[in-house]
Design a protein around this ligand. Structure first.
Ligand code: TMP
Length: 209
């Protein structure tokens, strides 16, 4: 059986990833035997339990190093139980955030040791890399306003301050610039339908659909 494709969406707070992922899943259905939509941290029961530890509570609850280890514990469970089995049976997997979020949030913006993050990538990802990463880019003010208006009560990362979020935006753009084969930056401003069309174009081009 042909292995499925792995697409990740990345970006700061309030860039509209969830809405766009639902649209992308609809777009892909005619081309796919199965589309699996999942998220990080989370996506499997064990990883969702770790997510609850990570996204709730005050900003200073965990150091960036500890956050990195918790993210990677969650990621390992998610890979073993959801991502790898889905790809192996030929599904397209669309994941809301993945390893780039750890590089950007914990590494660049949070100050966790980049060598530790690289070592975890080597051991935990064990070669798993997205076939395409869509980086949704939005000015920080617009993103935070959108995230706050959602009021989902998972605000630990949203509460980290403006400098953190500016660093984050630049970190995602830098990752995309360093890995242009894998990453595609999407302008996330404007009507939902326009952003969805930009994403569909990028996916069509990458996978020759
Ligand atoms: P979400 O709001 O996009 O669902 O993501 C939950 C929060 O977790 C978000 O503020 C970003 C953060 N996060 C990290 O800090 N590092 C990671 O590796 C991942 C996957 C998410």
């Amino acid at each position: 059986m042909t292995r499925g494709n792995f697409i990740t969406l990345e970006g700061g707070e309030g860039t509209g990833k969830s809405t766009q992922i639902a649209r992308l899943a609809e777009f892909l259905r005619p081309f796919a035997s199965e589309v699996v939509v999942t998220r990080e941290p989370g996506g499997s029961p064990g990883a969702e339990a770790i997510r609850a530890l990570l996204v709730n509570g005050p900003a200073e609850k965990w150091s960036a190093q500890t956050e990195t280890l918790l993210m990677y514990a969650a990621r390992r469970d998610h890979i073993e139980r959801v991502i790898e089995p889905s790809l192996a049976r030929g599904a397209w997997v669309i994941c809301d955030r993945f390893a780039d979020s750890t590089r950007a949030y914990q590494g660049v913006a949070g100050g966790a040791d980049p060598a530790m993050i690289r070592a975890l990538e080597d051991h935990v990802l064990a070669g798993l890399s997205p076939n395409l990463t869509l980086v949704l880019d939005l000015p920080v003010d617009a993103g935070l306003a959108r995230a706050q208006s959602r009021g989902e009560g998972e605000g630990r990362f949203e509460s980290k301050g403006r400098a953190f979020h500016e660093a984050l935006r630049q970190a995602f753009l830098d990752i995309a610039a360093r890995e242009p084969e894998r990453c595609h930056v999407i302008d996330a401003q404007g009507p939902i339908g326009d952003v969805a069309a930009r994403i569909a174009d990028a996916v069509k081009a990458r996978f020759s659909l």
